[in-house]
Design a protein around this ligand. Structure first.
Ligand code: SF4
Ligand code: FES
Length: 247
């Protein structure tokens, strides 16, 4: 395959961003998208040029580190993570444009790498269970209704990649926050902190500068883990209960 890449390059947080074109030839359609970028970076390094900075870790779709806006879509044309995207999703001769996640709460560090520590601070604000939940046998002895277990498991699949924020016109992190609130709030172990959790996590969400949700749904459409939009309804219900009971 031969492709042309238009890569948004930015040397540092305060530098100007500009699109730079690169031509790559001899690519295999069986390469992953990140392997294709590895080829680009090898060539840039050999030429003495600065390689393109991008994030990745597991390259198996489980860690949430990777994330590039590809041809205007977070994670690209397939509903998967950037690392699980393959070159067979593109045609020979294609031009592909690569940009970082765009959100003021995710400042660009370099090229395609953004600072997603705002997500960590939302988790620190309440995305945990700090009460004593006992040992493993206690977990087995605590019944959880099957429907709740399934929904909690579905929400727990969120890998914190941030594609939902990148896709949202409001740069809202509501799908991410709601996935965490739903995951913990449906389990018996999550009940003691349920009200404080939703209030504190949402407060931190707003402090970080993420926008509000206006039910557009782009977040769920690009989510590689198919987190359903209705977790935001669960978050809103929890928030309503918390505010009524504590006013
Ligand atoms: S909700 Fe989906 S898109 Fe958003 S951070 Fe979690 S896995 Fe990524
Ligand atoms: S590198 Fe881990 S999910 Fe893509």
């Amino acid at each position: 395959m031969k492709i042309t890449l238009n890569v948004m390059r930015q040397a540092g947080p305060n530098d100007e961003a500009r699109l730079v074109a690169y031509e790559l030839v001899g690519l295999s359609e069986d390469m992953s998208f990140l392997e294709m970028l590895d080829v680009l970076n090898e060539q840039l390094t050999e030429r003495g040029e600065d390689p393109v900075a991008f994030d990745s870790d597991c390259r198996e779709g489980i860690c949430g580190m990777c994330g590039i806006v590809i041809n205007g879509v977070a994670h690209g044309p397939e509903r998967t993570t950037t690392c699980q995207l393959h070159m067979r999703s593109f045609k020979d001769g294609d031009t592909i444009t690569l940009e970082p996640w765009r959100a003021s709460a995710f400042p660009v560090i370099k090229d395609l790498v953004v600072d997603r520590s705002a997500f960590d601070r939302i988790i620190q604000a309440g995305g945990y269970i700090s009460v004593n939940t006992g040992a493993a046998p206690d977990a087995h002895a605590t019944p959880v209704p099957k429907a709740d277990a399934d929904r909690a498991f579905e929400a727990a699949a969120c890998i914190g990649c941030g594609a939902c924020v990148a896709a949202c016109p409001n740069a809202s992190a509501m799908l991410f926050t709601a996935a965490k609130v739903t995951h913990l709030g449906l389990l018996p172990q999550g009940q003691p902190e349920r009200e404080a959790r939703v209030v504190n996590m949402l407060h931190q969400h707003d402090v970080e500068g993420f926008g509000g949700c206006t039910n557009i749904g782009e977040c769920s459409a690009v989510c590689p883990k198919e987190i359903p939009l209705d977790v935001i309804g669960t978050l809103n219900a929890d928030l309503g209960h918390a505010l009524v009971r504590n006013k």
